[in-house]
Ligand binder design. Sequence first.
Ligand code: TXA
Ligand code: MG
Length: 338
Amino acid sequence: MAPVVRAPQTLIEEAVQILRAGNLVAFPTETVYGLGANASDPTAVRKIFELKGRPPDHPVIVHLDDPRYLHRWVREIPPCAQALADEFWPGPLTLIFPRADNVNDLVTGGQDSVGIRIPSHPLAQQLLTAFGGGIAAPSANRYGRLSPTRPEHVREEFGDEVPLILDGGESLIGLESTIVSCLDNRPRLLRPGFITLSQLTAVVGPVETRAGVAADEQLPRVPGDRAQHYAPLTPLEIVPIEDLEARAGEFTERSEKVAVLAMRPPLQTRRYLTWVNAGKKPETYAHNLYNHLRRLDRAGCVRILVQEVPADERWAAVRDRLQRASIAGSESLEISAA
Ligand code: TXA
Ligand code: MG
């Protein structure tokens, strides 16, 4: 588990100077590391898109330290958003609001809405408070790739292209925030995360899920929609537990290196086989997922086989990310996020 980290104030001041000068700072949150820019400075926000290689029509989340600044960014606070904010902020929840008029189109992706998150990580809080404004921050990875859960992941991804990476150790949760749209006061789950559907429902009553939304209905855009997202470079395949050893065998028998991410140890060890047992606890599995995938991605294998995870809602966020990372997940959608 991540230690509670606070940065020396001089380092925070340096980060604030960089942000005010219109440059980028990577910082830890309890979910994943973010690539931050002054959300009120379009030139700075544009740098995020350039560095990530992210299409300009994808909105970014604005991070605040406290709801007291919400009115600068949102036109109104729907009652369901108020209830969810009261319950889960600060924390791993992003809420989609009607945007205030002055919010830049680069932040909103040209939509009439804006995504806001108040993270709980002490270092993120420290930075946001010292900065005194909104920090626009997507996950600090190249477009379509695995989100970083450690400062060294950000360094591997961007080298010296990010002037400062604040080191908050390992992200406690390890998967991106739960995203709920509160537009028209209709709670809709856009991205599953650590906060589960039943936790949301307990606060606001029925929450629409993406599966429940009519196919022809215009949904707010979520970059994670584009295949292939949250993906390693090695093709990833989801395999039911009963087929795992046999499927791995098809590769090893051809002397091809194969990686397996499973919830149990292998029945036998084999040449050409790299096996990671990620265990059976959803929180621990999620916490380690991107780190495991990064490691397996570097193992020089032709395929990463991932044991299918359980269907219950504690696994919903993990299932979602694995589906998006998988070759099947990308083939089912037409657009490919290179
Ligand atoms: O945990 C997280 O949410 C991390 C940390 C850094 O806060 N951030 C993150 O950002 O995952 P990003 O950009 O990688 O994913 C944010 C998602 C995107 O899918 C984006 O489309 C969606 O939030 N989003 C942001 N604003 C939106 C809006 N106005 N309407 C619909 N979706 C929005
Ligand atoms: Mg991302």
